[in-house]
Design a protein around this ligand. Structure first.
Ligand SMILES: Nc1nc(=O)c2c([nH]1)NC[C@@H]1CN(c3ccc(C(=O)N[C@@H](CCC(=O)O)C(=O)O)cc3)CN21
Ligand SMILES: O=c1ccn([C@H]2C[C@H](O)[C@@H](COP(=O)(O)O)O2)c(=O)[nH]1
Length: 264
């Protein structure tokens, strides 16, 4: 994961100080791209230990179209707690937009089902896109989508995915976001019968919060370890039928975890 260390290093060297919505303050660069060959290993950060558990459950929760934290809490995942209301609701965030984007006539669009259908029918299409950025719904969302648009691409029997992330908490959020989309791409590969290609991460406002700078510097003193592999133990009937137990990370070696405060 040299790519990830390079991004932190770039922000520390070139980043400008920038105030932000949360009041914490950041160092920020605008526009950055990283590429991960999914055939070369699963891109899970090795310079601090990450728990794939939260990442897997969050992705299954998005795919289920769920926007209430009850499922996450039931599985010991607390990453969305701070943003939920008294009933656990987050408003029409990722899951709602992915699975039931509202149409003007009162219907809904299942962007995930359409994406799998399009990948099978017309893999050369340049329109295989899922967008969570729904301006009409933004006022009702607890947090505007950060990973807001992704596109699939098929060439030489390999499936690639590119994400546009408009706002990137590089220390806490980005390791989650990379692993999550890498996992989603492997699941889609399995479903449509393609080999894994690249995951391309494109960031807009890429920032380190001012209370993450020491943690970032500590991480930069560490050497990346070989990437683990991600094994999917079963081929479920559809993209919506995966369970937590279907996934296993094999050979994950990592430096110790580095705690950090999340800005709200
Ligand atoms: N400021 C901010 N950064 C984010 O990354 C972020 C938000 N807000 N709001 C919405 C979601 C929630 N996300 C989060 C929230 C917390 C952690 C976090 O605390 N991670 C810890 C371990 C948590 C765990 O596995 O239970 C870490 O050390 O990675 C990560 C992503 C990503 N998003
Ligand atoms: O998946 C996620 C979700 C959120 N973030 C970060 C990026 C920002 O630090 C905040 C969102 O604040 P905005 O003012 O709405 O940009 O959360 C992330 O990195 N990944």
């Amino acid at each position: 994961m040299r790519q990830y260390l390079d991004l932190m290093d770039r922000i520390l060297r070139e980043g400008v100080e920038k105030r932000d919505r949360t009041g914490t303050g950041t160092r920020s660069v605008f526009g950055h791209q990283m590429r991960f060959d999914l055939a070369a290993g699963f891109p899970l950060v090795t310079t601090k230990k990450l728990h794939l558990k939260s990442i897997i459950h969050e992705l299954l929760w998005f795919l289920a179209g769920d926007t209430n934290i009850a499922y996450l809490k039931a599985n010991g995942v607390g990453i969305w707690d701070e943003w939920a209301d008294q009933n656990g609701d987050l408003g029409p965030v990722y899951g709602a937009q992915w699975r039931s984007w509202p149409t003007p006539d009162g219907g809904t669009i299942d962007q995930i089902a359409q994406t799998l259908d399009l990948l099978r029918r017309d893999p050369d299409s340049r329109r295989i896109i899922v967008s969570a950025w729904n301006p009409a719904d933004l006022p009702r969302m607890a947090l505007a989508p950060c990973h807001c648009l992704f596109q699939f691409y098929v060439a030489d029997g390999r499936l690639s995915c590119q994400l546009y992330q408009r706002s990137a908490d590089v220390f806490l959020g980005v390791p989650f976001n990379i692993a999550s989309y890498a996992l989603l791409t492997l699941m889609v590969c399995q479903q449509v019968g393609l080999a894994p290609g690249d995951f391309v991460w494109t960031g807009g406002d890429c920032h380190l919060y001012s209370d993450h700078l020491d943690q970032a510097r500590l991480q930069l003193t560490r050497s990346p370890l070989p990437l683990p592999a991600l094994s999917i133990k079963r081929r479920p009937a559809t993209i919506f039928d995966y369970r937590y137990e279907d996934f296993e990370v094999v050979g994950y070696q990592a430096h110790p975890h580095i705690p950090a405060r999340v800005s709200k």
